[in-house]
Design a protein around this ligand. Sequence first.
Ligand SMILES: C[S@@+](CC[C@H](N)C(=O)[O-])C[C@H]1O[C@@H](n2cnc3c(N)ncnc32)[C@H](O)[C@@H]1O
Length: 204
Amino acid sequence: MSKKNKKTLQEIHDYWVHQSQPDHYIDKVKRSEFLTEYVKKYILKTGKILEIGCNVGRNLNHLYENGFKQLTGIEISENAITALKKTYPLLEKNSEIIHSSIEETIKQLPTHHFDLVFTMAVLEHIHPDSEWIFEDIARITGSYLITIEAEKAEHWRLYPRNYKNIFEKYGLQQVEENRCDKESGLGAYTLRIFKRQSNMGGEL
Ligand SMILES: C[S@@+](CC[C@H](N)C(=O)[O-])C[C@H]1O[C@@H](n2cnc3c(N)ncnc32)[C@H](O)[C@@H]1O
C-alpha cells in the first residue's frame, strides 16, 4: 500500500463512526445463518457471547432468535446502535450493547469472561496501531473465539493478517478452519474457530 493511502488510527475510527451504513447490513441474514450453525456446534444456549463490531446487530439478533440469550455487543458507531434499537427492540432490551471502540473498552472486560467471542468483518479493519487488542481478545475468551475475516484483501481500510498465527501466540488453539461458502455471502472470508486450552463452562 502506498504511503499516500495509509490512514491514521483516528481516520479509521472516524470512518466507522460516520460511515457504518447499518441499512447495508440488515439483510445479510445468510451470513448470520452461516455463523449460527457454528455457534450451535460449540456453545450451550446458556453461554455468554460477545460480538465485537456488531453494527446493526443482525448476527446477535439471529443468535437471540435461536435461543442464545446471554449476548453482548460492542460497536463504535452510534448510528448503528440507534438502528439496532429500532430494528431489533427485543434484542436491545435483553442484551448488553456497548457504544464504544473496542480499544476503549477491552481492558475493562474480565479475563475468560465470555464462553464465545466472535468477529465478522471487523478485525480486518483494526488499524496496525491497535494490534495490541488481539492479546486482550484472547484474554477475555473463556472457551471459544470465532473469527470470520478477509485475511488477504488489501485496501485503505483493510489490513491483511493470518489470525491463526496471531491467536495461537496467545493461548488459543485453532480447532477448525473453513473458506466460507459463496452462498452465505462470505466468499472472500476465512472462518477460524479457536479453543482455549483449559476450558470453563458454557460450552457443549
Ligand atoms: C464491516 S462491518 C461488519 C458488521 C457486522 N459484524 C456484520 O457482520 O454484519 C464492521 C463493523 O465494525 C465496527 N467497528 C470497526 N472498528 C471498530 C472498533 N475499533 N471498535 C468497535 N467497532 C468497530 C464498524 O462500525 C462496523 O459496524
